[in-house]
Write a protein that binds this ligand. Structure first.
Ligand SMILES: C=C1C[C@]23C[C@@]1(O)CC[C@H]2[C@@]12CC[C@H](O)[C@@](C)(C(=O)O1)[C@H]2[C@@H]3C(=O)O
Ligand code: AKG
Ligand code: FE2
Length: 373
């Protein structure tokens, strides 16, 4: 087995913004998906990045920048450029649909507007008529085409993970997201420029005057100058694949050389995919892979447009540690649960909550079932 042993639970002790130590992001691993050193080396590299950082930058990933990705960016940018009342037709988020500032149902806010879609063609077609009233079928095909491309990349990465972890069935993870009733999502986030001159425009766009400005409790002190675009959280699903324009803002919480967690800025790279491990993959691997905490802090004078594919299993999928991941020295950490059960818990909680803690075996046994923030 080539994957490093379980990462110990991490405590954030310092919050700071670091300039990227090198153009590639320093602590952030870059994985060349064209496998220049062969598939074995690639699978080990992917597994190692997901175990040590829970995050990596994928380059030469095979999804061409022109084509589905460019068409989706054009279609979603056109939507966000509409007048507020036209966009509200696709809202409020249920949680799917168009949302502005408000995230989830429990009082989280961020300086963004977004579209959240179920990634299956029938659901996309249902939403398209309120998003693109002129040509809903074109909007649907643009989204479906993109989803097919990004889902293929997600399957490739999940298969590499299965191989790198030495699973008996290396395709087990990817099979979960290719089921016809998989619960994967596509989210498009649009962060307005942070310059004061544009801020009022955005308040007007959202028609949410009077809503409290983002508070520190929504993700921590972002440091002078930045505003919370999307507060600190981990993604609940299996794996997330993020592509964004060339505007910075994404930060990940990673341990420094002394083991202290620090916020690392992820330099923008519009040609790359940023891949992060979600809570379900952490549970399936019994904590071997880590669901990385991340956030978006906006400080640029240009809008940030990001598109994230959240690869998820069907609602009925049962999540419990794979036998290969359980040993005498590494007993099961989480009790078994279904994705539906996990989703119910997650929608009742704030964005920053460490949801997986609710399913931790120790917490369960000691009766502290609702540990968290
Ligand atoms: C506050 C919330 C928004 C969220 C559902 C939740 O109750 C907690 C998890 C949040 C999150 C984070 C990652 C994704 O952006 C998201 C779509 C998801 O699956 O979990 C969001 C949820 C959301 O915006 O509905
Ligand atoms: O918009 C981004 O860059 C990241 C947002 C995010 O983490 C999310 O939507 O879950
Ligand atoms: Fe996220």
């Amino acid at each position: 087995m080539v994957v490093p042993s379980t990462t110990p639970a991490r405590q954030e002790t310092v919050t700071m913004l670091l300039p990227p130590p090198c153009p590639g992001g320093g602590a952030i691993p870059t994985v060349d998906m064209s496998a220049p050193h062969g598939r074995g080396a690639l699978s080990r590299q992917v597994a190692r990045a997901c175990a040590e950082q829970g995050f990596f930058r994928a380059v030469n990933h095979g999804v061409p920048p022109a084509g589905p990705a460019a068409r989706l960016d054009a279609a979603t940018s056109a939507f966000f450029a509409l007048a507020a009342h036209d966009k509200q037709r696709a809202g409020p988020p249920s949680p799917l649909g168009y949302g502005c500032r408000s995230i989830g149902f429990n009082g989280d806010f961020g300086e963004l507007e977004y579209l959240l879609l179920h990634a299956n063609p029938a659901a996309v077609a249902h939403r398209a008529s309120s998003i693109d009233t002129n040509d809903p079928s074109r909007f649907s095909s643009v989204v479906n085409e993109y989803v097919e491309a990004v889902k293929q990349l997600a399957c490739d990465i999940l298969d590499l993970l299965g191989e790198g972890l030495g699973l008996e069935d290396p395709r087990l993870f990817s099979k979960l997201i290719t089921e016809t009733d998989s619960d994967s999502l596509l989210r498009i986030n649009h962060y307005p420029p942070s310059c004061t001159v544009h801020k009022l425009d955005h308040d007007d766009q959202c028609k949410l005057k009077g809503v409290a400005r983002t508070k520190a409790g929504n993700g921590g002190n972002p440091a002078a100058g930045g505003r919370i675009g999307f507060g600190e959280h981990s993604d609940p699903q299996l794996l997330s694949l993020l592509r964004a324009n060339d505007v910075d803002g994404l930060q990940v919480l990673l341990p420094d050389i002394n083991g202290k967690d620090v916020w690392i800025q992820v330099p923008a790279d519009s040609s790359a995919y940023f891949v992060n491990v979600g809570d379900l993959l952490q549970a399936l691997t019994n904590g071997r892979l880590v669901s990385v905490r991340h956030r978006v802090i906006t400080s640029a004078c240009r809008p940030r447009l990001s598109t994230i594919y959240f690869a998820a299993p069907p609602l009925h999928a049962r999540i419990s540690a794979l036998p290969e991941m359980v040993t005498a020295g590494s007993p099961p950490r989480y009790r078994s649960f279904t994705w539906a059960e996990y989703k119910t818990a997650m929608y009742s909680l704030r964005l920053s909550h460490s949801r997986l803690d609710l399913f931790h075996v120790d917490d369960d046994e000691s009766g502290n079932g609702s540990k968290g923030k």
